[in-house]
Design a protein around this ligand. Structure first.
Ligand code: KIV
Length: 270
């Protein structure tokens, strides 16, 4: 268990106040080193995403990720972040079974990681009711609509909201989460005009990923952004580095040095 929650500079209120003003920068992180680096780079929100199931553990989906996994990684990230708001994803089946279970599990996440907020997927009436109860007891909630990875078996990996009826449903779900008190809503994989409509319809800021230019902020999965997740190249992704190559080069150079007895040298010896 971590020590008392760290008071960080960015609050959920700051994030809400940014709507329509300055774009909100969100990135994922899963450990203390990258948590510290992205915080130093000045992001507004560090999301400990359950995408760690894919990019850290190598699963095909986020479904096998457990509450204990999220607490372990959430606490690690929190130990590295002193400024940004830290939000932890609630994994599959930790908030959908009943509102009571959601309150207990989300409470555990905040108490045991030191994060300031949680993220949950979906916009049904039942989820909105859960969001409302969480907010009422002081647990800030980020929503997540569009492609919701925990429902991959039901909806497939595809752009959501292309049909008028589906788009209208997404707008209604966003309004529901907004009324329930979500402090921000992630919009994943949807046509830009649908994301723009949602962004204009709700008071909470929208955070897009594959949702076009009109959202109030953007989120990317850190290994994708850094070019560490080779072979993953969806149209919406912009890679800002090629760290796979950097890592391979560095480890190759180390291996060569060891084999040639260039490392360690006398300088590295006691
Ligand atoms: O798990 C995650 O990283 C996410 C982002 C893609 C929004 O939910």
């Amino acid at each position: 268990m971590s020590s008392a929650p760290t008071p960080r500079a960015v609050t959920v209120r700051d994030i809400r106040d940014r709507k329509g003003k300055e774009p909100i920068v969100v990135v994922t992180a899963y450990d203390v080193l990258f948590g510290r680096l992205v915080d130093q780079a000045g992001v507004d929100i560090v999301l400990v995403g359950d995408s760690l199931g894919n990019v850290v553990a190598g699963f095909q989906s986020t479904l096998p990720v457990t509450l204990d996994n999220m607490i372990y990684h959430g606490a690690a990230v929190c130990r590295g972040v002193s400024r940004a708001l830290v939000t932890v994803d609630m994994p599959f089946l930790t908030y959908q079974i009943s509102t009571e279970k959601a309150l207990a599990n989300c409470g555990r996440v905040l108490a045991e990681t030191g994060a300031q907020a949680v993220k949950i997927e979906g916009g049904s009436e039942r989820i909105a009711e859960t969001v409302s109860r969480l907010v009422e007891i002081g647990i800030p909630v980020m929503g997540h609509l569009g492609f919701t990875p925990q429902s991959v078996n039901a909806i497939g990996v595809r752009v959501q909201g292309r049909e008028a009826e589906e788009a209208e449903r997404l707008v209604q779900e966003a309004k529901r989460l907004d009324e329930a008190g979500a402090f921000a809503v992630v919009l994943e994989l949807m046509p830009a005009d649908v994301a723009a409509r949602i962004t204009a319809s709700i008071s909470a800021p929208t955070i897009g990923i594959g949702a076009g230019v009109s959202c109030d902020g953007q989120v990317l999965v850190l290994p994708d952004l850094l070019g560490l997740n080779e072979g993953f190249a969806p149209r919406f992704l912009k890679q800002y580095a090629n760290l796979s190559e950097t890592v391979r080069d560095a480890v190759r150079a180390y291996g060569d040095d060891v084999k040639q007895r260039r490392y360690p040298s006398a300088d590295h010896s006691f």
